[in-house]
Structure formats: structure tokens, C-alpha cells
Design a protein around this ligand. Sequence first.
Ligand code: GDP
Ligand code: MN
Length: 405
Amino acid sequence: MNIHEYQAKEVLKGYGVKIQEGIVAETPEAALEAAKQLNAETGTSWYVIKAQIHAGGRGKGKIQQTDSNGVVLAKKLDEVPEKAKNILGGTLVTHQTGPEGKNVSKVLVAQDVYYPGDSEPKEYYLSILLDRAKGCNVIMASTEGGMDIEEVAEKTPEKIIKEWIDPKVGLQGFQARKVAFALGLSGNALKEMVKFISALYKAYDATDSSQFEINPVLKTSDDQILAVDAKVNLDDNALYRHRDLAELRDLSEEDPLEVEAGKSDLNYVKLDGNVGCMVNGAGLAMATMDMIKLSGGEPANFLDVGGGANATTVEAGFRIILKDPNVKAILINVFGGIVRCDRIASGVVEAYKSIGDIRVPIIVRLQGTNAEEGAKIIDESGLKVSSAITLKEAAEKVQEVLKNA
Ligand code: GDP
Ligand code: MN
């Protein structure tokens, strides 16, 4: 689960990570109040106004309606409401949002930490994530902060420092120092960076996160080290033991169909293709998606209904797939192991009748226990559903319906 920058910064601050201070606002008036409060608390007289969406690249991104960037500087208090207004309610398009962009309903009004006249602010990149192959956490750091890290990795991979941390042992002092040294720091800045990295790792570990990305981490000319941006990705599987963090979820940032699927305990991921699919088991779902591609279609989704699929799950899955306007055909591919094929077939027929107006052709491939009985139920239902027993047969039927679509 992703959270917003303003939420992530609060979480980090709670673990002693130094951050660029800010206050979230939903209206231009509230943005002005936020700026006044920041002025009183931090003494800042310049402010940064930052669109809050679950995507990066906001600084270079544009609000479609006003042409404002997603991150802007206000050098006077009375510029704040106007600049906030140009972001709030707009659609922000960045290289991470796709062309449709994301609606902005909140801005973070933050203190300007690149002090006016500071001739040597320096931006670093720092992230912590799980290295699944090594079974370790890894800290990645770079002197090329503020840049797209994928680009750094591609063009100058030697500029990315990696330090692996055994989760059983935790981060050792020498490891934090090693990273700070490798970033070329010395003196007070080195000490501050070591503190920053240690606090960041503590936060990562304690929140059961799967990824932290702080880009940029800023070093000011007076050797403070601060998080200017914060992307925090929490591990969904651990949220049950972090009720407070689970509450930070912003459903409006997530795909509505994925949210609905989650409520029915379905494992659904929306994709861009034209053939919807419903499968029991993740491995079979992947194979089915490959098969759709081989037969000339593009999968519209990944949907694993789980091993114990029944009429209710099938109906919920159907409803979700049908809400995707790109879907031209649906392929149901179920292996009857725990569940019997005739039960799935009856479930499909029941769901079909209960939903009613289904306009796309449906191909059902049932294999395993009672496969033939299942096919018979489908074929005799009188509905616009065709059955297949082998994968090849199913692929051919998909090809055929796409040709006629
Ligand atoms: P992102 O574009 O979504 O990654 O958003 P960031 O939070 O990283 O902000 C984008 C850029 O805005 C940063 O790389 C900085 O260059 C700039 N920025 C952020 N905070 C400040 C600030 O306090 N002062 C100034 N002058 N620039 C800032
Ligand atoms: Mn950033």
C-alpha cells in the first residue's frame, strides 16, 4: 500500500528522521493558514506547494487546467493561495501517472529548505527496499539526487551505492557510516547522514515496509540532512498489525475495480487489454494470460478467484470484469481440483442469469474433476457461453470471437 508524501513524512518524523516540515491543505485559504503557521514555527518566509498524489515526477509534471507544475515555490505569503489554487482540483500529469493524470485534492505546504542564497545545497538519493533474491534489505544511495534513479542506474550504474542488511541482525553502525562515506561526506554532514540513515532504517523495519524512497535527501550549507520527498510503500500483508498505518489508505488513489475486488477477496489487477479472464490459481492465471496473447488478444486483467471458487466468487469476478469497457470477450479457465467443474459451470450459469445483460462472448474452459459434466451444463444452458476442454480449444475460440468482435 502506498501513502501520500505528507503522511509518509509524519511517519518518518515519528522515528526521528529529519524532514522538510509542512502542513497539508485542501483549500487555498487553508494553504495560506498553513504557510502562516510554518512561518511562525520555522521562521521560513519562502514556501513550497506540493501536489499530493501517489505518483512521482510532480516537480516536472503539469496541471492540465492551469499549466502549473505539481511542485512550486512561493516567495511571498500572499502568493500561496493563488499558487495552491492552480494545483488544487486540477489533473496532474507526470511521467508516472500516464496521460490521464491524477486528480489533486490536497497540497502539502512546506518550508523552503533550499535557503535563499544557499550556494551549496546538495541533493542525494536514498532508498531502502527488500532484495528478494538475496533475502536481505538493501540500502541504495547516490550522489545523483533529484534525478530519475532509473536513468542513473542505466547511464552511470557506478554512481549507485548498495549496502545489504541482514534483517536478523539489523543495520550496523559501520554500514551506515560506509554509505555516508561513499556519498563523499565528512565532518558534521557525515554524522548527520549516519543519523539520518539509522533513523530511516529503524522506520523501515518498524513499519514493515517493503520500500522507502527519499529523493531528494537534502544537505544544506549548514550540514543539516533532511528528507525533502518521501515515498513509502507498506507491505499489505503486515497491515493487520499496524492499524494506524492501515488508516492512511487513500482509496481514491487506487483503481476502483481493484478496490471492489479486494472487498470480495479476489486477487484482481487491471490491465489494458481486451480479453477479460477469470482463473483459479495465480500460476494458471499467468499461463492463461500468455495464452490470450498467443491467440492474438491482450489480457484485460489478472484475476485469481482462488482455489475454493464458488458461484458467489464467480459472480463477483464476472461483475468486475464486465465493468471494464475494453473487454470484448471473457475467458474462464478453471482447474477442478478442490472445486468440481460441474459446480463452477453451475456457478457461471447462475451468475450469468443473475447479472442478465451480458453482451460479450464467454468461453469457459474446465479441466479436472467432472470436466465433462461441467461442459455439458455450459453447452445446454442456452446462454451465449461456449465451453472448451483443452487449452488449445479455448485459444482457438478466443481467436474466433476476437475476429468477430
Ligand atoms: P517529485 O518531483 O514528485 O519527486 O517531488 P519532490 O518532492 O522530489 O520535489 C521536486 C523538486 O522540487 C525537488 O527535486 C526539488 O528540486 C524541488 N523542491 C522541493 N522542495 C523544495 C524547497 O524547499 N525549495 C526549493 N527551492 N525547491 C524544492
Ligand atoms: Mn522526488
